[in-house]
Ligand binder design. Sequence first.
Ligand SMILES: Cc1ncc(COP(=O)(O)O)c(C=O)c1O
Length: 370
Amino acid sequence: MSFVIPPYPFDRLEEILAIAERHEGGKVDCSIGTPCDAPSPMVLDALAAATSHRGYPRSVGSPTFRSAISAYLQRRYAVSVPDDSIAACVGTKEFVASLPGYLRLRDESRDTVLYPATSYPTYEMGARLASLRALPVAMVDGMLDLDSISASDAARALCLWVNSPSNPTGRVEDLSRAASWGRQNGVLVASDECYSEFTWTSSPRSILQEGSEGVVAVHSISKRSNLAGVRAGFYAGDSDLVGFLSLARQHAGLIVAGPVQEAVAVAYGDDSHVDAQRARYHERLELMGTALRDAGFTVEPCEGSFYLWATEGRNGFETTQRVAEASGLVVSPGEFYGDRSDTYIRVAMVQPLSRLEIVAQRLRESSLNR
Ligand SMILES: Cc1ncc(COP(=O)(O)O)c(C=O)c1O
């Protein structure tokens, strides 16, 4: 039977958005994790001043792009990754969604993609788009239960996805354990690190700190530098894999625009704008965490990312509607992140503090928890 493409999750929120908009002062949309804050002027200047419009860029990225990232990895994570083990991607969603198909070309004897049972939906979708087997890995206390993966599933696995800090749960994963499991089982560990610099209880971590062999780290400029609209990121790690993927991706025409590469190199050369953004997210997490707890929610500890993962014990879609009615806040229901998360909601800190204060006030005045 042919694959029936499901609706895009956020398209299912139209009715909820309309309910929230009825509030005087309008809705406060914290459903999609799309940054609302301004990018660094330095990065925008580099985009405007770029000179690389004319010729075709290479899929791997320009020498300037790759060396800026190598320097970033050294500075932020104390890892030494040669430029030829780093390559560009057109935003990381594209990379996440297409990786399984390329891995299958490399090893036709394997057909399975392993991913956290509660996670960003594109890990599963990447497997499905390539007609592969998508297998969620159970989680215990918010962490991957690697011991639950059977030997036969490990033998069929093309890769294991990890995401730390996690969207949606905000948990920090044990990357050292994941890398060891991958090496013991001969399975590539693909580590999605797009929130790695937004950690609240520990310093930023990368799987590359465990060595490059058998792993690939995936980083996005979208959240780090508020540049989701320019579509760029990078992947780095196992040199054979990066070589294979970058050649395949060059054939497929997956190329980051030249001017974007120039701006991204500038963004990865600077940490001060990321530190300022961290402070904004932290302030918003504190405010909304308190507001939700006061309204009767259980809010899971947020060790990283800019999401709150919360529950009032009901069905998450029902809670999403109740919250929109009570406060104009739009969240995403947990079922977007896996079947087992359907009593949760995810709240993204992508609105200014002044808007979140309005939500907090409306929640205080609402009948939500009465
Ligand atoms: C865990 C995770 N990975 C990847 C992405 C994709 O980001 P982008 O395609 O903007 O790089 C997102 C975006 O929300 C995400 O949450």
